[in-house]
Every structure is written in C-alpha cells, then in structure tokens.
Design a protein around this ligand. Structure first.
Ligand code: MUC
Ligand code: MG
Length: 380
C-alpha cells in the first residue's frame, strides 16, 4: 500500500491568560492566574490537531515559560514542521529532537497535536494509537491549597458531598515543618477514613526536615509524600525511602525516561508522578510507565495544571496504563474560571470519564479561544 504524505500547513501558538477560581498556594509560588499554552497544527487535508504546554506560575516550576515557548516554537520548531508529512508523528518528533536540545513542554504540545490530528484522520480515539484503553474513567484527586486549614476542610467536605473527589493532595513546604504537619493532621482528622490525604512539598524541605516531617505525617495517617526534597538529590530520596514506611513519590525529579531509569535503578521512590509535559510528550510518558512497571514502581497520573487539552491528552494516555494504583490528579480545568470546550469534560463519581470520539475526543470552541486570546492582551 503506498503512503500519501499530507503536508503540515500551519503551526500556531496561542496564549490564554485565565483567572483561577481561588489562589492556589504552592511552596514555589501562589497562582491567581494560569496562562494556557495551546498549540494548533493544521494539515493540507483540513485536519487540525491540538496540544498544550502549560507551565505552573510562568517560570516557577521549570525552565520553559509560556512566552519562551511561543518564541522557540515560532522561530525553531515550526520551520522544521511546515511542509513535512503530518501522518508520521514519530518521524516529525525525531526530526525536532535531531535539531533541538531540551524544550520538553513545547515538544509535548507539538507531539500531542500531531497525534490528535492523526487519530482524527484515522477516526479513532488517541488512546488507540498507544495500545488502547484498559479503563474508561480515571480516579481524580483534588489539591487543597488555599493556605487556610478551615477553608481547605470546607472545600474537601464539599468535594466529598458532590462525589467529585475523595483523594486530597495538600500543598505544604511554605511554612515550617511543625506548622505544616499540624495543618495536614487537622485536615486528616476532619475527613477521617472517607478520604485519602497526601502531601506535596514541592522540594521545599531539607533532608533533615523530611526525616522529621515524614515520620509525623505517617503518624497522622497521610498516605503519600511527594517530592519532599530537591529534585537532584537521588541519594537523599533513597535514604528517606529506606528509613520511612510512608510511600514516597518522585515528581520534579522525573523528566522523562532517562530519569525514570536512574530513579528506578537506585530505588529512590515507591511511586512516579507521570506528567506528559515533563516527559517531553505522550511517547516519553509511555516509556516512563514501562520503566515503572518493569521496576515495580507504582504509578500516579500527574498534572501541570493544564486546561482541557493537556488534561484530556494525559487522560487518553493514562487510560492505557495496565497499572495506575495511585489514581490521577487531572483536575486542571476545574481550577479555572473559563472553559474552552463546547461540552465540558465529564467529572463525576470521583472520576474523569473519557470521551469516545476520535483524537482527543473534545470539541474546542475556537471563537471562545479567539476571544480569550484577545482578552489576554499583547503580553499573552
Ligand atoms: C505538582 O507539583 O504536582 C499538581 C497538582 C497541583 O496542585 O500542583 C501540581 C504540581
Ligand atoms: Mg508535585
């Protein structure tokens, strides 16, 4: 069967600056807005694909910012894509990686858009290009990060009542260890056994802080501790894991398959938080999952607090994982005041339910996107 190439006609980067529903406090920044980075790829057959490369707090979380991504994609990536065959995402990504270093978020957005378009062309959900689904819905955690204990408890109780979330991740590390542990313990006491309570320290603790904090968090009934110490301290993670019973998850330490292999080899964590942006795309994230499975490391489907596009792209991939013992945190769109979909994502019964349509399976309201882009102004 001969293969007819379909040239890529355009690659656009769209920045949408949206308010969050409440301040979202992490040890590295407090978010009041989120700047979505969307990539749209159009091909000569009229098929359009979408991808997303949103970061947390501009440059607060990684080396790419929304603005740097727009410049780098326009100046260096789009020229390598324009006119090339849209039906071979693998070849396109190899070409980009041959000529570029780093830029894993940008590469993720481009790869997602290419796979979205190709899956639409074939009339299948994106998950079918990654082995097919083993589940149609994914458990979704919610992050309590208002910075206020009573407000967090009220928020969690509302989520339980609405059957939206029963896994709660608490952002800590901005205060001293004892104050943070007291905050977490009060929330766990209030929620009891109805909920799983976990913490994310976002690298804020020293190893001695972590040794103290992890012991107390275990006593308080916390189920999981995420990235308590600096991302580069593999040995420290290994020591913490050896000396504590509470499961330990790597997040910022994990930038794709090479890190996954190293962390698995030195037994630095019990669980990997897999993020498609941090993995440089869907295929990178799939490889991280394969390494975890081979090394008996548990899996958690992470988020970069993306909007609908990155969230559903992650969900499409995570739905293909054989094992996903720790669930996901794919709640990004619920933290935003604006939706860009004609039909919102389906959150119910503590889960995100996957759409069955082709590609990402979502219907983007392009007029709304254009409006939000204009409203975001020149800086966005
Ligand atoms: C992170 O470090 O996990 C994910 C959920 C959330 O609230 O923040 C992100 C980043
Ligand atoms: Mg984290």
């Amino acid at each position: 069967m001969s293969h007819t190439p379909i040239p890529i006609d355009s690659v656009d980067v769209l920045l949408l600056d949206l308010p969050t529903i409440r301040p979202h406090q992490l040890s590295v920044t407090t978010m009041r807005r989120q700047k979505l980075v969307l990539v749209r790829v159009r091909a000569a057959d009229g098929v359009t694909g979408w991808g997303e490369a949103t970061t947390i707090g501009g440059l607060a979380y990684g080396e790419e910012s929304p603005e740097s991504m727009r410049v780098n994609i326009d100046a260096y990536m789009a020229p390598l894509l324009l006119g090339a065959d849209a039906t071979s995402p693998g070849a396109r990504m190899r070409d980009l990686r041959t000529h570029l270093q780093g830029n894993r978020f940008s590469l993720c957005a481009i790869e997602t858009a290419l796979y979205d378009a190709q899956a639409r062309r074939l009339g299948v959900p994106l998950s079918s290009l990654f082995g097919g689904r083993v589940r149609d819905s994914l458990p979704v955690a919610w992050t309590l990060a208002s910075g206020d204990t009573e407000r967090d408890i009220a928020e969690a109780e509302r989520m339980l009542e609405q059957k939206r979330h029963r896994i709660f991740k608490l952002k800590i590390g901005a205060r001293d260890v004892l104050a943070d542990v007291a905050h977490v313990a009060a929330i766990k006491r209030a929620l009891g056994d109805h909920a799983s309570v976990r913490v994310d320290v976002n690298q804020a603790w020293s190893e001695t802080d972590a040794m103290l904090g992890m012991g107390m968090l275990e006593q308080a009934g916390v189920d999981l501790v995420e990235q308590p110490i600096a991302a580069g301290n593999d040995e420290g993670m290994r020591r913490l894991r050896r000396m504590n019973r509470i499961p330990l998850m790597a997040d910022e330490a994990l930038h794709g398959p090479t890190d996954a292999f190293r962390l698995a080899e030195c037994r630095a964590s019990d669980v990997f938080a897999i993020k498609i942006t941090q993995s440089g795309g869907l295929r990178g994230a799939q490889q991280v999952a394969a390494i975890a499975e081979a090394a008996n490391v548990g899996l958690y489907g992470g988020t970069m607090l993306e909007g609908a596009v990155g969230t559903i792209a992650s969900a499409q991939l995570f739905s293909t994982f054989t094992e996903l013992a720790w669930g996901t945190e794919l709640f990004g769109p619920l933290l935003l005041t604006e939706d860009i979909l004609r039909t919102p994502l389906d959150y119910r019964d503590f889960s995100l339910h996957l759409p069955s349509g082709p590609g990402l399976g979502i219907d983007i309201d392009e007029e709304k996107v254009a409006f939000l882009q204009r409203r975001s102004g020149r800086g966005a």
